[in-house]
Design a protein around this ligand. Structure first.
Ligand code: GAR
Length: 212
């Protein structure tokens, strides 16, 4: 059985969606631990309530980014995971950390990358007047929000959308997109080679989630 370690920083709703899918769909995998970069993260309590092992590795408890990441690696390696999942983990990781988990670390980002990498994606999408917004699951590369894309979900922007209404629909899409992309990776249906992701025929059509 494969092992997943999930890194969070806050609310943890994507973490919950992944755990729920893993259990409901009886993946040949389990979530070995949820690690938070904040001791006060709501998601940490949710993970504990779900019966998961948890750990906290806070940047401010370490004298440098290097020491923080060393502690993070130590906490992750206890579980020897097959896959590291960034589920709202709001820290920029160093190149050496990214290389350690190359080709087995997945992130969800609340936009249709490469548009709107970085923060405040919903506000920027509204300000730009785009008609289509959404979410992207990608492998993590040293350049932030620029790694090989596994799957994307399109969320239409409505004329009366506010940041909150748009964010809520994107988050709902993330909850459906992220678990399936993780499962594909664990099942060998999403394979990364030469900086691109190849999908098995059986799942390729589902890698672009569009509203019905
Ligand atoms: C999600 O919207 C995720 O896409 C975003 O943080 C939120 C976490 O929510 N991640 C990023 O912006 C990373 N660049 P959650 O804690 O409820 O899963």
């Amino acid at each position: 059985m494969k092992k997943i370690v999930i890194l969070i920083s806050g609310r943890g709703s994507n973490m919950e969606a992944i755990v729920a899918a893993c259990r409901a769909e009886r993946w040949d995998a389990s979530v070995a631990c949820v690690i938070s970069s904040r001791a006060d993260a709501v998601g940490l309590r949710l993970a504990a309530d779900a019966g998961l092992a948890t750990a906290v590795v806070e940047p401010r408890a370490h004298r440098s980014k290097e020491l923080f990441e060393r502690a993070l690696v130590d906490a992750i390696e206890v579980h020897a995971p097959d896959c590291v999942v960034l589920a709202g983990f709001m820290r920029v990781l160093s190149e050496s950390f990214v290389h350690r988990y190359a080709d087995r670390m997945l992130n969800v980002h609340p936009s249709l990358l490469p548009s709107f990498s970085g923060l405040d994606t919903h506000a920027r999408a509204l300000a730009a007047g785009v008609r289509a917004h959404g979410a992207t699951v990608h492998f993590v590369s040293p350049v932030v929000d620029a790694g090989p894309i596994v799957a994307q979900a399109v969320v239409p922007v409505r004329g009366d959308d506010t940041i909150d209404t748009l964010a809520a629909r994107v988050l709902d899409a993330e909850h459906r997109l992220f678990p399936r992309a993780i499962r594909w990776f664990l099942d060998g249906q999403a394979v990364i080679a030469d900086g691109r992701v190849t999908l098995a025929d059986a799942v390729a059509a589902d890698a672009l989630m569009v509203p019905s």
